[in-house]
Write a protein that binds this ligand. Structure first.
Ligand SMILES: [Ca+2]
Ligand SMILES: [Ca+2]
Length: 398
C-alpha cells in the first residue's frame, strides 16, 4: 500500500522554505504589569486569574506549545511558525513554509520539540500539502533544525494521503520518547479509521528518527491505536497516561485514554457503546469507550494536562479548547477534573464562553502555571486576525 510506505528521509531544498527577517517581528514595549485586563478575570475558589492579550494580529494559530527554551512556539494554519517571548508577547517569524496548502481544514497543524533538546535542537511539525481535488493532497510529518533564529533543513519523516477535511493532527512526545501523532480519518466513508493499511484515523507512534518502533502493536506499522474520527488533541497526564480528544460527527465528541492496539470504534461506534448495534459491535471488537462524550458535538480540539500549584483548583485536570460545534454555540474552554488515578473524569467545568471565540489550543507555562489560549475568531473555519491570551494567578510566586 502506498500509504504505508515509509518515505526515505528527504532533505527539502532550501528554496522551498523561507524565513522572514525581522520585519515581521511584533514590537511590543508594554510592561507586563500594565497589560492586564482589570475588568475580566476568572474567579475560582481561592484563586483569581488575570487576563491579558499576549499576542494580537496573528493569523489562525493552530498549535501553541511551551518550548524547552521557555518561548511559546506557534504554528499558523497558513504555514508560519512564530517564536513568542512569553513576557512581552514580541515574536519572530521563524519559518514561512511555502509548501503548506491551507484551507478550511488543511494547513500547518501540530508542533513538538525533540526531548533531548540540549543536544538535539530539532522541531517536529505536521502539515498538509498538495491539492485534494486532484488527489495529490498529502499529510507530512517533518523534522526541522533550529538555529536559534530559524527552522531549516527540513527532513520529511512520514507522508500519507490527506484530504480537504479531517486531517487531525496533533503531536506530543510520549514518556518513552516516541512521537505520538493523531491523524484524521479524512472523511472518505470513514472506513479508513478501521483499516490497518491506512494511516488515517489513527494515533501513530514513531521513533524520533522517523522509523517504526519495534515495540509497536505491529512492529511493521506506525499504528498505535485506531478507529479514531478526527483526533486533534493529545496530552500526557499523571503516570504517563495518554489522553486524546476527537471530534464527533454531530454527536459524541470524545476524550479518550489511548492504549496500544486499542480500537476506538469509529465509524461503527460514536461515543459510548450504548445503541443496540453498538453494543453488539463493541462486544465483538473490544472497543475502547471514552472517558467523556459531549453531545451534541462541540468541536473539542487542543487539550493540555494541568497539574501546577499556581491554580490549585485545576490540578489534575485536562484543559480542552472547544471550537463551538456546528452552529458555533458552544465555544469555551472545558476543565475536566480527573480521578486520582486519571482513569475517569469526575467533573467538567466550562469557562470563557463569553469570549464568543473558537478556542483552538492551550499551553501552560511550567514556571508560573499561567495558561495560554489561542483564538481563531467567531466563525467556522476561523477568521483572522487572532489573539493569544494569557490567564495567570498573579498572587502565585514560583
Ligand atoms: Ca470512539
Ligand atoms: Ca454511542
Amino acid at each position: 500500500m502506498d500509504c504505508l510506505k515509509t518515505f526515505k528521509p528527504l532533505i527539502l531544498s532550501l528554496s522551498l522554505l523561507s524565513v522572514s527577517n525581522c520585519t515581521h517581528a511584533q514590537k511590543k514595549t508594554q510592561k507586563e504589569d500594565d497589560s492586564w485586563n482589570e475588568t475580566r478575570k476568572i474567579e475560582l475558589g481561592q484563586t483569581t486569574l488575570s487576563e491579558r492579550d499576549l499576542v494580537t494580529g496573528i493569523n489562525l494559530p493552530w498549535d501553541i506549545s511551551w518550548g524547552p527554551d521557555d518561548y511559546i512556539w506557534v504554528t499558523e494554519r497558513g504555514g508560519r511558525v512564530l517564536h513568542v517571548d512569553p513576557k512581552t508577547g514580541a515574536y519572530e517569524v521563524i519559518l514561512e513554509h511555502r509548501e503548506v496548502v491551507d484551507g478550511a481544514e488543511r494547513g500547518m497543524f501540530g508542533l513538538t520539540h525533540h526531548p533531548d533538546w540540549e543536544n538535539q535542537k530539532k522541531v517536529f511539525i505536521v502539515y498538509t500539502n498538495g491539492q485534494w481535488k486532484e488527489g495529490t493532497a498529502r499529510e507530512r510529518l517533518s523534522v526541522f533544525e533550529w538555529t536559534g533564529k530559524q527552522l531549516i533543513n527540513e527532513q520529511v519523516l512520514l507522508e500519507f494521503p490527506a484530504h480537504g477535511w479531517h486531517n487531525g493532527s496533533r503531536l506530543v512526545i510520549s514518556p518513552d520518547n516516541k512521537i505520538l501523532m493523531s491523524t484524521g480519518e479524512v472523511g472518505q466513508g470513514a472506513e479508513t479509521a478501521q483499516s490497518l493499511t491506512s494511516y488515517n484515523g489513527k494515533i501513530l507512534r514513531i521513533n524520533l528518527d522517523g522509523s517504526i518502533p519495534n515495540d509497536n502493536p505491529d512492529p511493521n506499522s506506525y499504528i498505535y491505536s485506531y478507529g479514531h474520527r478526527n483526533p486533534q488533541g493529545l496530552t500526557i497526564g499523571r503516570n504517563g497516561i495518554i489522553y486524546s480528544s476527537e471530534h464527533g460527527q454531530s454527536l459524541n465528541d470524545e476524550l479518550n485514554i489511548i492504549k496500544p492496539g486499542g480500537n476506538y470504534g469509529w465509524p461503527h461506534v460514536e461515543g459510548n457503546c450504548d445503541t443496540e448495534a453498538e453494543k453488539i459491535y463493541c462486544a465483538d471488537k473490544a472497543v475502547e469507550e471514552p472517558l467523556i462524550e459531549w453531545t451534541p458535538s462541540m468541536g473539542v480540539t487542543g487539550i493540555e494536562y494541568y497539574d501546577h500549584p499556581a491554580i490549585p483548583e485545576w490540578r489534575n485536570c485536562v484543559l480542552a479548547a472547544v471550537l463551538g460545534g456546528m452552529r458555533g454555540t458552544h465555544k469555551h474552554m472545558a476543565v475536566i477534573h480527573l480521578s486520582e488515578g486519571g482513569k475517569s473524569a469526575t467533573k467538567n467545568d466550562k469557562f470563557l464562553a463569553s469570549l464568543n471565540e473558537r478556542i483552538r489550543d492551550i499551553c501552560v507555562n511550567p514556571h508560573t502555571g499561567a495558561v495560554y489560549i489561542a483564538l481563531n475568531g467567531a466563525d467556522y473555519p476561523g477568521v483572522a486576525p487572532n489573539i493569544i491570551k494569557e490567564f495567570k494567578n498573579r498572587n502565585y510566586t514560583p
